[in-house]
Design a protein around this ligand. Structure first.
Ligand SMILES: Cc1cc2nc3c(=O)[nH]c(=O)nc-3n(C[C@H](O)[C@H](O)[C@H](O)COP(=O)(O)OP(=O)(O)OC[C@H]3O[C@@H](n4cnc5c(N)ncnc54)[C@H](O)[C@@H]3O)c2cc1C
Length: 253
C-alpha cells in the first residue's frame, strides 16, 4: 500500500468524483465473484471420491453419547461421525444453543446493489467512506454495503437502496445515469471484534467450530480451514490457535 498522487489517480479513473484530494493505492487487493467461487468449490468437491455432498439437508441437532458429539440429526436422518464441524455462518449460534451453549455469533445484514455500465467504465476498484465500487470484467459495478443488526431478515429495503445509490453517485457521479440491475442482502456471521471461532468445543469433545468470520469469511476461508484441519489432525498449526479457540469464549444458557 502506498500514497498515490491524486492527479495520477484522477487521470487513471476519470469517472471518480473530483472532490477527492488524497488516495492510497493497494495493488495487492483483488476481487472474486463469490457465487462463481462457490460453484467451482462444489464442482471440485463432487470430483473427490472421498467426499459425499448432501445439499438441502438441514441439521436440526447433535447426537450426544457419553459426553461426546458423534453426529448430527437431519431431516434426512442421523449422520454419524467421529468429528463434527459446526460452520453454519450466522446460524451457528442457534445450533450451538441446542447444547445449552451461548455462542456470540449474530446475523449482520449487508445489502448491495449492482449497476450495468460499459465494460471499460471503471478500470479499478475504489473504496471511500466505508463503501466500495467493484468493477466486474463485463461492466457490472457492485456497490456495497450496509451493516444492519436486524436479525435473520434478508429482505432488501428501499432505505438501503437509497443510501447505497447516494454513496455510489458520491464516488462515481456518472452512476446517476446508470441502470441498477440488482439489489440483494446477505447475512454476515458477526462475532465480537470479528474474531472467528476455530477449534474444538471443550464442553463437547468431538464438536469443532469454524464460524464467526463476520466481514472477512471469504478472505479468511483458506487460512481458517488450514488451521482447523491442522488442529483436527493433530498437526503443527500454521498460526497460533489460541486467539481463535472456543475455550473461554462461550457462555452457558
Ligand atoms: C454484503 C456482504 C459483503 C461481504 N463482503 C465480504 C468481502 O468483501 N470479503 C469477505 O471475505 N467476506 C465478505 N462478506 C462476509 C462473508 O460472506 C462471510 O464472512 C462468509 O460467507 C461466512 O462464511 P460461512 O461459511 O461461515 O457462513 P455462510 O456463508 O453464511 O454459510 C453458512 C451455511 O450454513 C448453512 N446452514 C445454516 N444453518 C444450517 C443448518 N441448520 N443445517 C444445514 N446448513 C445450515 C447456510 O444455509 C449456509 O449455506 C460479506 C458479506 C456480506 C453479506
Amino acid at each position: 500500500m502506498r500514497v498515490a498522487d491524486i492527479s495520477g489517480v484522477q487521470n487513471a479513473l476519470p469517472v471518480l468524483a473530483k472532490r477527492f484530494t488524497r488516495a492510497l493505492h493497494m495493488p495487492d487487493v483483488a476481487n472474486v465473484r463469490n457465487p462463481r467461487l462457490v460453484r467451482a468449490l462444489r464442482e471440485a468437491l463432487l470430483q473427490m471420491s472421498n467426499v459425499e455432498l448432501r445439499e438441502q439437508c438441514q441439521v436440526s441437532g447433535f447426537i450426544r453419547e457419553n459426553g461426546r458429539i458423534c453426529g448430527v440429526q437431519t431431516k434426512q436422518g442421523e449422520l454419524r461421525a467421529s468429528k463434527v464441524v459446526l460452520a453454519a455462518g450466522a446460524w451457528s449460534g442457534e445450533l450451538l444453543a441446542k447444547l445449552g451453549l451461548a455462542l456470540p455469533v449474530e446475523p449482520v445484514k449487508g445489502q448491495m446493489i449492482l449497476y450495468k455500465c460499459a465494460d471499460d467504465f471503471l478500470p479499478s476498484m475504489v473504496l471511500a467512506n466505508g463503501r466500495y465500487a467493484i468493477p466486474r470484467k463485463d461492466g457490472h459495478i457492485l456497490v456495497g454495503s450496509t451493516l444492519e443488526y436486524t436479525g435473520f431478515d434478508k429482505t432488501p429495503t428501499d432505505e438501503a437502496l437509497a443510501s447505497l445509490q447516494a454513496s455510489a453517485v458520491a464516488l462515481l457521479p456518472a452512476l446517476a445515469d446508470a441502470e441498477i440491475v440488482g439489489h440483494w442482502a446477505g447475512l454476515r456471521p458477526g462475532s465480537p471484534e470479528g474474531i472467528p471461532y476455530i477449534g474444538e468445543v471443550p464442553e463437547y469433545p468431538g464438536l469443532w467450530l469454524n464460524c464467526g468470520h463476520f466481514r472477512n469469511g471469504l478472505v479468511l476461508a483458506p487460512a481458517s480451514c488450514q488451521l482447523l484441519a491442522d488442529l483436527m489432525l493433530g498437526r503443527e498449526p500454521i498460526v497460533d490457535p489460541v486467539p481463535y479457540a472456543p475455550a473461554g469464549r462461550l457462555g452457558v444458557l
